[in-house]
Design a binder for this molecule. Structure first.
Ligand SMILES: Cc1cc2nc3c(=O)[nH]c(=O)nc-3n(C[C@H](O)[C@H](O)[C@H](O)COP(=O)(O)OP(=O)(O)OC[C@H]3O[C@@H](n4cnc5c(N)ncnc54)[C@H](O)[C@@H]3O)c2cc1C
Length: 407
């Protein structure tokens, strides 16, 4: 099978699927390739933050009201709960003002379903979507990429001018660009497992974050799912894993069975499936995500928030930005690095605050501990400040169009 298109995306996770959807919106024909056949699983916390909500709204404003009321695979979540290292439980429940947008700020949805949900929105008129097609070799010659892939026993050969790497943390695109190296201080490891019947979940499905006292800069999460299930996990930065020789699966099991803040909640709960692990390439790396003939999006571009560990929304946003840069390059008929000079600025615009906050916490770890221990969301003044901030963020997510400046 021999194919040619000006643009080819490798990877159809949330970042690649979003890139494809927005390229189609701009009328740009392209090929999109994924080694998996959807639905497929991706180890994740399954939490959809305000950036994800914003991007879903950009795909189709009807999606959010639909998933909030009519799709049983999505759990609307109205806030978060911190369980502090000192054992205090702090709930923050978002309360919209009467007459204003009454929509939840977060959702939780298993990636097995969510990624397929997005992939189904790839426009077959403008996109040639090859599933079950694994890219095994990439080279570039005289401005043209040559991609070799395998589809069962069929060899697939694709040529393109602009390659978009959306193939996640184990990116083959990065490997062929010679950039797939892991720097532990900009990378995190984590494990997650599905559970059923955990006691004490909040009726508004608050996303729970627990900061174990003896493991600074790590967190344990419980994200409620439909049917009494929850996504439960534990993550920590890789330099700390190496320094303390952490065994994540062991720590995870230990927390569930022995930690005084958690064990009673898991006493009558049961696991659904195995503990699974995967890496998180953090945005604190600030990887250069473009060059001659290529753009990177999502995990391939190392865009996971180093503060929250969330990468679905930032990945989808980078797909939106990449689609606009692709349009710009096609209009100029120039795919050289200079056309993408401002790509990093645009993908980091809404991520830099997280990168800076993370840097401050690294410099002043005590500040982080103090904050987690003392932020009492139920205190009337703190609650009011947070409610106001949340209203602004929700309003942005549900209403504000994303602007991209290509030069
Ligand atoms: C344990 C854990 C918990 C997390 N929790 C959250 C959370 O709650 N919320 C959140 O927002 N983020 C979370 N993240 C981060 C999030 O999972 C990623 O940031 C997100 O999946 C990035 O999407 P992506 O499309 O860039 O990559 P992926 O979702 O990894 O998709 C990459 C795609 O590329 C395909 N591919 C790979 N290699 C090839 C190849 N050779 N040929 C063809 N196709 C290929 C794969 O099949 C895959 O479909 C978590 C991560 C982990 C590990």
């Amino acid at each position: 099978l021999n194919l040619h298109s000006v643009v080819c995306i490798i990877g159809a996770g949330p970042s690649g699927a979003a890139t494809s959807i927005f390229l189609s919106r701009l009328g740009i024909k392209h090929i999109i390739v994924d080694s998996a056949t959807f639905p497929r699983n991706k180890t994740c916390g399954d939490g959809l933050d305000l950036k994800s909500v914003r991007m879903l709204n950009h795909i189709d404003p009807a999606i959010l009201s639909e998933i909030a009321v009519a799709d049983p695979h999505f759990t609307p979540s109205w806030g978060f709960r911190f369980i502090t290292p000192q054992g205090r439980v702090r709930n923050f429940e978002y309360k919209p003002l009467p007459g204003k947008i009454h929509q939840p700020p977060f959702f939780v949805c298993k990636r097995m379903y969510f990624d397929h949900f997005l992939v189904k929105r790839i426009d077959k008129q403008t996109a040639t979507f090859l599933q079950g097609t694994k890219v095994v070799d990439i080279s570039r010659n005289a401005g043209v990429w040559h991609i070799t892939a395998k589809q069962k026993d069929t060899a697939v050969s694709i040529t393109c001018n602009l390659l978009i790497g959306a193939d996640g943390d184990h990116s083959v695109v990065l490997r062929y660009l010679g950039q797939r190296t892991i720097q532990k201080e900009y990378y995190a490891g984590s494990v997650r497992q599905y559970w059923k019947n955990i006691a004490g979940l909040h009726e508004k499905n608050l996303l729970e974050l627990y900061y174990p006292k003896d493991k600074p800069f790590s967190y344990f999460w419980i994200f409620p799912l439909p049917n009494g299930e929850a996504n439960v996990g534990f993550g920590v930065q890789s330099d700390l894993i190496a320094k303390h020789d952490y065994d994540l699966k062991h720590i995870f099991n230990d927390l569930i069975t022995t930690d005084k803040m958690l064990k009673h909640r898991f006493a009558d709960a049961s696991p659904v499936g195995p503990v699974q692990g995967w890496g998180l390439p953090l945005a604190s790396l600030q990887r250069k995500a473009s060059g001659d003939g290529y753009l990177l999006v999502g995990d391939a571009a190392s865009l996971v928030s180093p503060v929250t560990g969330e990468g679905i929304g930032t990945g989808m946003m980078s797909g939106y930005v990449a689609a606009h840069f692709a349009k710009h390059a096609i209009e100029k008929n120039n795919f050289n690095a200079d056309v993408f000079a401002h790509y990093n600025r645009e993908i980091y615009k809404r991520l830099m605050d997280d990168v800076k906050t993370h840097r401050r916490f690294q410099l002043f770890p005590r500040g982080f501990n103090w904050m987690v221990n003392h932020l009492n969301f139920e205190h009337p003044i703190i609650n009011r400040i947070l409610q106001n901030a949340m209203r602004k963020w929700v309003n942005t997510a549900y209403n504000a169009p994303l602007k991209v400046k290509v030069d």
